[in-house]
Design a protein around this ligand. Sequence first.
Ligand code: TYD
Ligand code: MG
Length: 466
Amino acid sequence: MARNRISFICQNCGAVSNRWQGKCDSCGGWNSLVEEPETGGVGGGPQAAPRKGRAVALQPLSGSSEDAPRIRTGIGEFDRVTGGGLVSGSALLIGGDPGIGKSTLLLQAAAALAKAGHGVIYVSGEEAVAQVRLRAERLGIGGAPVQLAAETSVEDILATLAAEDRPPALVVLDSVQTLWTAVAESAPGTVTQVRAAAQAMIRYAKQTGATVCLVGHVTKDGQIAGPRVVEHMVDGVLYFEGEGGNRYRILRAVKNRFGPTDEIGVFEMTGAGLSEVSNPSELFLGERSGAAPGAAIFAGMEGTRPLLVEIQALVSPSPLGTPRRAVIGWEASRLAMVLAVLESRAGVRFGSSDVYLNVAGGLRINEPAADLAVAAALVSSLSGVALPPDCVYFGEISLSGAVRPIVQATARLKEAERLGFERAVMPAASFQKEAPALSGAKGIDQVAALVAEIAAAARPHLRSAG
Ligand code: TYD
Ligand code: MG
């Protein structure tokens, strides 16, 4: 047999290079290249003579098809994120920081399915069977008929699965980084191994109709360690996130071949595992800072669900030549933009102030509609004027200072009303288009109008003080 060629594979992005180098040319990662033999693995394939191709029957695009069969786990927030339950024959990757609760979530989902009479196999490559049992006891699901194994060899796992009378409905593999297959020669945890192992398990899912859930750890910079390539192979990628020290956890779909990707599931980590939070607005508003300057309530949307959350800003005089800007839960570049627009279109000066922005409860917001709430919190903190406690804010701010319309204004206003809010500051165009569900709603079309609004609220206070 010819000597195996050696190549260097980036553990971040999977790019192949024929010599070692400190920086990956493809993704720019440092020190991520690892030497791996090139035979085997994915793409290597079996070293047999190529066979002649077989013609497959082509099908018309039109034709009957049935909905993908799904099984609901009964954990409502999990089912919401997957788009209505687990699709049979699909593969899911669940990513998240170590310790965030991935194993807990999947064990709870596995137990719920098993209790409903589905076959469930939970393979842990990180914990011994006794440890998983202990966790199940703590979660109060020790009685569920989940079948356990502590195993990391893909061949052994596949043989075990094949020995079952009928394929299970769900196979959980915790985690994909611990799996290894004899097909690939590199060490467990390397890109080649993870790819080959994931490929084998995905093939199993497609062949048998079982749902395969792969758990993947995430690196510090938010990538699923090593197997970013796995993201392209699976049918769905869910991220489990949360701020350290915070008990709320958000499950977010970043890829879903069988459903929407903008839904989130909200959980709370308790002493007895993860409990669902079906009314997240109440949770995120539960710990409001009250009528302090710098806090604005944003009426957001996460998928089909309105979500009210407090945005906190602190603007303080900076001792530094270059003032600090720090953001948690929002994009730093978006904050820079809102600051610049406030400066140049509304004459509000932040140039010599440090600016800190925080989204309460550990939520991460991606919506541009948060611009107006952020602007309100910033102006409120800078001026020391508390915003009215019964008012919500939403609207996108453009570079010209115009407040742009956003979608689903009615749903946001309804949620605000349900939670006892009476006022809203929103884009004028949305205000005219969708008859406001809230009596105290007000449409504005320029960010300067927001500043005027906040200043007007301050005047009675100044008058009484002066
Ligand atoms: P785990 O599911 O092991 O995380 P992952 O698989 O993502 O690494 O969760 C571990 C954390 O969750 C651990 O720090 C303890 C906490 N936890 C609870 O607070 N309550 C519980 O009932 C359980 C099982 C874990
Ligand atoms: Mg774990």
